[in-house]
Design a protein around this ligand. Sequence first.
Ligand SMILES: Cc1ncc(COP(=O)(O)O)c(C=O)c1O
Length: 330
Amino acid sequence: MRDFAEIERVVITHGPTALEFAPRLSATLNCNLYFKRDDCTGLAGGGNKTRKLEYLIAAALKSGADTLVTIGGLQSNHARQSAAAAAKFGLGCELVLEDVANTPKADFYSNGNILLDQLLGANIHRLGVDEDPQSYCENLMDKLQVQGKKPYFIPVGGSNVIGSLGYVRCAMEIVQQIEQQQLSIDQIVIATGSAGTQAGLLAGLIACGSSIKVLGISVSKTTEQQAELVTQLLRSVLTYLHLDPGLAEGVVHTDGNYYGASYGVATEPMIEAVKRCASLEGVLLDPVYTGKAMAGLIDLSDKGLIAENSNQLFLHTGGSQGLFAYREVF
Ligand SMILES: Cc1ncc(COP(=O)(O)O)c(C=O)c1O
C-alpha cells in the first residue's frame, strides 16, 4: 500500500472526533448505538466535508489555484464547508447551487446553509431545478480563467478519489478508537449521497484489515444505483492507494428504501428520527442526510433486521445547519 501519511493534506479537522455511546437512544432500539461525532469537525459548523477538504485544499494549493468552484443543492453542507475552507486559506469561492424541487420554501432561499455561505464570503450562482449545473460550471471555469483567475473545481460532495481520502483517514481513526475503548463494532451506518464517505471508509477499513460492515442509507438513489456509484469510486480509491481494486467485490452494502419521494424531500420517519435523537441524546441530525439515515436504522431495528444486541456505530456526518431551512416541516 502507498504510504498514506505521505499524501499531502492541510489540517482543518478538530480531531479525533468523539466516539460515544448513546444510551437513551439505544434503549429504544434492539441494539447498542454509538455515535462517531463528525458533526463536530470544527469547520463552520462541521460535518463530513471537512475531512475531504483537507486533501482537496492541499491539491488546490499545490496546483496554484486562487479560487474554489463547487456545486451542490441549494442547502448543500458541502458548499458551506467549502466556503469556510476557502475563507480559511484565503481563496475565492464560487458556489453553483441548484434549487431542489418539493422542498419547503419559506426559509430555503435565505436561511440555513445559504445564509452561512453568504457570511463566509462565497459568491453564489443560484440555478433553477431544470438548469444543468455541470455545463454552467464549465462556462464559469472558462470565464474565471479569462479574468486571470486560477480556479480549482471540486465535484459535487467533494467525492472524487482525493476527497475520499478524508474518509480513509477517518476509518483509520475509528479502528484506533475502537481498540482504545476496547469496543467491538458490528456495523457502521451512514448516510450516502455522492459516495465519497462510504467509498473512503471502506477503503480505509480494507487498508486496516478490518471486516466491519458499512451500511450506506441512500439519500437519493435506489439500492442498486447507489451500490454501483460507491463501488466504482471504491475501486478507484483502492487503485490510488496501490491496493487491489478487486477487494471492492462484495463489501458495498446500500439501502435505497428511506429517501422518500426524492433527494431533499422531507419524510415523516425523518422528522420522527430527528426529534427522537434531539430529545433523547441532545444530538441534532439533519433533514436531508443523517435524519433519513437514522430513520432507516430505526426501521431496520424495529423490523428485527439489525442483529439483536449488536453494536452499531452511526457516523454522524453533520448537516444540522440545514434544519433552519426546513423549519416548516418540523
Ligand atoms: C450531512 C451529510 N451527510 C452525508 C452526506 C453524504 O456524503 P457523501 O456525499 O460523501 O456520500 C452529505 C453530503 O453532502 C452530507 O452533507
